[in-house]
Ligand binder design. Sequence first.
Ligand code: AMP
Length: 278
Amino acid sequence: MDLIVARNREDLVKARRAGTVALVPTMGALHEGHMSLIRQARVRADQVVVSVFVNPLQFTPNEDFSRYPRTFDADLDACRTEGVDVVFHPAAEDMYALDRQVGISSGEMGARVEGVFRPGHFDGVLTVVLKLFNLVRPDLAVFGQKDAQQLALIRRMVTDLDLPIEILGVPTVREPDGLALSSRNRYLSEDDRRVALALSRALRTGAAQFTAATIRAAAQEVLDAAGPDLGVDYLALVDPATFTEVGDDFGGVAVLAVAARVGGTRLIDNVTLTLNPA
Ligand code: AMP
């Protein structure tokens, strides 16, 4: 079957076939991380829909919406190679009416950790994801653990709003040196890239410890050693379901998450780890 490019609801309805549908929402500039999601979708559903939409609602005013990489032709080639059935690529003006009023609130959970630095970001993410769910009507939707708070909030939305959709989280794909793949990595100079390695190094170093206190301290030490070229927004050790900080005596599964600016580029990364009670 040839790849179908759908630009609106009518195209999506026409492209629909019998059987199960998996949706992989993306903002394009596809890389091996996205491919990993697509492959998981491919083995789980009869039809795979990849959305490529740079969602203006999830960018705060001083962020990189206008310069976010857009590589649609290459994205189509990659989707074709992976056996994707439909690429949904709507125009922003078709997704959002100028007088739109109603959106999704990500609540307190969306104001924590990443939300402190990107107010409104998760409201914009959940709103577009719910719209994509309603347009594509998938049985399954696939997201990366790379955006751990986003994944947790999408699971919350599905629970809180009783959405009949299975959510699959996929592990983060990394470069051999540890850097998490990201569409924004292409902004990094060679020097930036060296500095950026401190994120994954800090997470690995933290993950080698066993208590919340020592995990935080070990990871922080690596970030500090990177010097002033690394502008750390946060290092957080949180409950993966709520994104609240865990106490120093916490035992169980936690997420160690970091965000930092390198040059003009903001990067995020995280690892999941199991802590022994102190
Ligand atoms: P984006 O295009 O950056 O909005 O990402 C689209 C989807 O790909 C999200 O579910 C991300 O979590 C996921 N993703 C991004 N980078 C990676 C990665 N390195 N490994 C796995 N999934 C990723």
